[in-house]
Structure formats: structure tokens, C-alpha cells
Design a protein around this ligand. Structure first.
Ligand code: FCB
Length: 444
């Protein structure tokens, strides 16, 4: 397999997110985000880790973008920190925040790297959470303001935009399970947060498209193929419900299909948050959809689990020996299955894989990091993307997660996802063997 097998116009890249790498949380007028608040709470993050320095990307961006260039990666996806740009969440713009992203964008362009911007990768300004955050319908308007500001400031040089990163994860983990910021729980938080996130995608899509008619406007979704544990009716039905929640709930309203209530009755509860015009406002034709896939899920019927009546069966209970540091099964066919599933929708002009990668415990030996498992993971996943491509499915790009080992949310610095190793004490960077392999592959 060589990269030219994917065709000359296939987009190759690497992805990152502001809060996971930047550090400088109180520098140059940045206000706290919900993730600063959440990491400061006892017991919320593994090892009590925090992201006050993270990878120090705020200072080291130029060197890190040099590494992207060194690895022959033509596209860099990063997110903007909302509280750096608008510390109160709305209104006044913080010029040093704008200046920082201008430097990042210009550093990319100077090296022939195309910047791709995600507007919202989970770091909501805390001031907006104090007003209800995603549970408050006003969040859509707040995000419109911020998006319009970013479009005006950066749209002259940035053509590729993504509205949200993985709405299912930030609303599910943050507003239902409470394991991510802001740590809220229950359906009375999840339903409004989820509906407002869904509404925001189209609304912000429209803001970007009218401000930047030449732009490519997208948004990203987490996805995992869902398989029933056993080939029996109850597990099959459980898999259908879990699939509706994990893969369909956020994209289908955008495609004009509404929430998948027929397959997951509990979603009826979200209708209480719909207003008369919403049905018309939800659909929006994005230029591209970003899919982010890491693994598959296996589910079984479980009457004891409320609403869903289904339970994930973890890999260790299925005799799976090889998992990543996240406890995720290595199952490369999942990415093919997801491309295939999302290609079947009409109204999805193009799919890009905007994240895919794996965390393994790396060690530095003689200045090198030998990480064969990560390289194998990437190769096996890419082989599945190529298979999809050769079958004529609608996939046009692949972005590896991620450039540098970084702050992996509630898991802290334990999982290492980077193509580049980072020593947290010294901030020294070493391109791992997998990064060297990716560099060579992109030349092929
Ligand atoms: C995704 C997130 C990303 C990173 C990877 C491992 O859900 O978008 O920030 O945490 O998982």
C-alpha cells in the first residue's frame, strides 16, 4: 500500500485540539473554560493531571508545525480556544488570542501546510456554563457570534472549517454521564444539550457559508460500528438501539431525517426541547462530514439499563487480548463499516476521516521510540480506508489522531496517542517510529 493508491486529490493530515495541547491557560487574557474548572475538581482526571502547560503549544507552535512539515503532512487540523478569543464567551474580542491563531495559521501557510479549523472542540468558556452552557438554548446564538468573529478574522486564509467536534461525546460524557466537563448528569441535562448541539451545527454552518462563500464547511461525528454479542433477536435489537444513540442521533436531524426515535423510543424526550421552527432549521447540507473512528462496540440486551436496554460488552469480557491504553479493541474493519454506513446517506457530499489513531505505552530508548503497535494500527486502518475507496465509497481524506502525546481529557497524560513523543517534564519532542513511517508513507 502506498499513499498514491488513494488518488492524487485524497487529503492527508493530522488532527489536534486546543485544550489538549496549548497550555497557557491564563496567558494573554484567556479566561477559564469548563475544562479548566473540571480538571481542578478532585478525582475527575486520572492521576490528578491538569492541562495548565499540556504540550506548551502556545509557545512551541512553530517547532511543532516544523515537525508536521518534516513528516510531509500537508494538512493540519486544530481547534480554536473560544475563551482565548472571547473570554466572556460573547461580545468583546481578545486581540492577543486572535494574534496567536494568526501566528499559527501563518506558520502553517509559510510551510505549505493547509490549516483546517474546528470551532468547538469542547472548551466552552466557563462564563457561558455559568449561564447553563449547552443546556441553555442561547448557546446557539453565542456560538454564532464566536463563529462570525473567527470567520472574519481568519477566513481570508483558512478555507476548511468544522463546526463541532463529536457532539455525541461532549453531550453524552459531559451532560449525561458527568465524566467530562462540565460534569452534569441525567436526561434533563443531556436532552437539551444534545438538541442545542444539533441545532447549532446547521445554524453555524449557515453563518460560515454566508460569511465565507468559498469555504468548505463541515462538522465532525464520533462513530463506532455496533455489533450484537450473539446472533439472537434480543441482542440484535439492543445493537439497533445502541447504534441509533452512538451513530445516528446527531447526524440524521442534519440530513433532514429527524431524530431516530423509531429505533430508540427514549429519544422522544428530546422533542420537549424542540421549538416550532426547529424542524426546518435542523437540516443543513455540509460540504463534508468528518468521521472519527477508533474501534467498534459489541452490545448485548440488558433489561436493567434504563432507556437503552443495552450494555456494551468490554473487550476483556470477550477474550480480546489486544486493546489500546483506552481499553479499546483494535478492530480495523470498523472504519470501513463506518465509511460504508455514512456513504449510504444521501446529502453527504464528502466524507473525511478527521480522527483515527491509537494509544499505546511508548518508551524512549536511545533517543528513539519504537511503537510497532501504533504503526500496525495505522496501516491496518488505512488498508480498510483504501478498501472503501476502491469500492467507490465516499471517502476523500484521512487525518491521524494526533500530532503530539497530549492531555487526553479524563484520562490525563496516561494514554499516548501522538505520532510524536512528548516528555512532559522537558517538553522534548521525538518523532516516533510510527511518525517516521507516516512520513515515508506520505512520500510514497
Ligand atoms: C476523540 C476526541 C479527541 C481525542 C480522541 C482520542 O473522541 O475528539 O479529542 O480525545 O478521541
Amino acid at each position: 500500500m502506498v499513499s498514491s493508491d488513494f488518488g492524487a486529490d485524497f487529503q492527508w493530515g493530522v488532527s489536534s485540539a486546543a485544550f489538549q495541547i496549548e497550555g497557557a491557560c491564563t496567558t494573554d487574557g484567556r479566561s477559564p473554560s469548563i475544562w479548566d474548572t473540571f480538571t481542578a475538581r478532585k478525582g475527575k482526571i486520572k492521576n490528578g493531571d491538569h492541562a495548565r502547560t499540556a504540550c506548551d503549544f502556545y509557545q512551541r507552535y512553530a517547532g511543532d508545525i516544523d515537525l508536521i512539515q518534516e513528516m510531509n503532512i500537508p494538512n493540519f487540523r486544530f481547534s480554536l480556544s473560544w475563551p482565548r478569543i472571547m473570554p466572556q464567551g460573547t461580545g468583546k474580542v481578545n486581540q492577543p488570542g486572535i494574534d496567536f491563531y494568526n501566528r499559527v495559521i501563518d506558520a502553517c501557510l509559510a510551510r505549505g501546510i493547509t490549516p483546517w479549523i474546528t470551532l468547538y472542540h469542547w472548551d466552552l468558556p466557563q462564563g457561558l456554563q455559568d449561564r447553563g452552557g449547552w443546556t441553555n438554548r442561547d448557546v446557539v446564538g453565542w456560538l454564532e457570534d464566536y463563529a462570525a468573529c473567527a470567520a472574519t478574522r481568519f477566513g481570508d486564509r483558512v478555507r476548511h472549517w468544522m463546526v463541532l467536534n463529536e457532539p455525541a461525546v461532549f453531550t453524552g460524557a459531559g451532560y449525561f454521564f458527568g465524566v467530562h466537563a462540565p460534569g452534569l448528569t441525567g436526561l434533563r441535562n443531556f436532552f437539551p444539550a444534545a438538541h442545542h448541539a444539533t441545532l447549532a451545527m446547521g445554524r453555524i454552518g449557515r453563518v460560515l457559508r454566508s460569511a465565507l462563500p468559498q469555504a468548505m464547511v463541515g462538522t465532525t461525528f464520533s462513530c463506532s460500528s455496533v455489533h450484537p454479542l450473539r446472533n439472537r433477536e434480543r441482542d440484535i435489537q439492543a445493537a439497533i438501539r445502541a447504534d441509533a444513540l452512538i451513530n445516528r442521533m446527531f447526524i440524521e436531524p442534519i440530513l433532514g431525517l429527524g431524530y431516530p426515535v423509531a429505533d430508540l423510543k427514549a429519544l422522544q424526550g428530546i422533542e420537549a426541547y424542540m421549538q416550532p421552527n426547529d424542524e426546518k432549521e435542523l437540516p443543513f447540507t455540509f460540504d463534508f462530514i468528518g468521521l472519527q473512528n477508533y474501534t467498534r462496540e459489541v452490545v448485548r440486551h440488558a433489561w436493567i439499563v434504563p432507556y437503552l436496554r443495552a450494555r456494551l460488552v468490554p473487550p476483556r469480557n470477550r477474550g480480546i487480548a489486544l486493546t489500546t491504553q483506552m481499553g479499546w479493541e483494535v478492530y480495523p474493519q470498523a472504519i470501513y463499516e463506518m465509511i460504508s454506513k455514512f456513504s449510504a446517506y444521501t446529502n453527504v457530499p464528502r466524507i473525511y476521516i478527521t480522527e483515527n489513531g491509537a494509544a499505546f505505552p511508548d518508551e524512549v530508548a536511545d533517543g528513539r521510540v519504537h511503537d510497532p503497535l501504533r504503526q500496525q494500527y495505522l496501516e491496518a486502518n488505512l488498508a480498510q480506508v483504501l478498501r472503501a475507496r476502491q469500492e467507490g465509497l465516499n471517502v476523500h481524506g484521512y487525518f491521524a489522531w494526533t500530532l503530539t502525546d497530549n492531555f487526553e481529557w479524563a484520562e490525563g497524560y496516561f494514554p499516548r496517542f501522538g505520532l510524536v513523543h512528548v516528555n512532559a517534564e522537558t517538553q522534548q519532542r521525538i518523532i516516533k517510529d510510527s511518525g517516521r513511517w507516516y512520513a515515508g508513507f506520505l512520500r510514497s
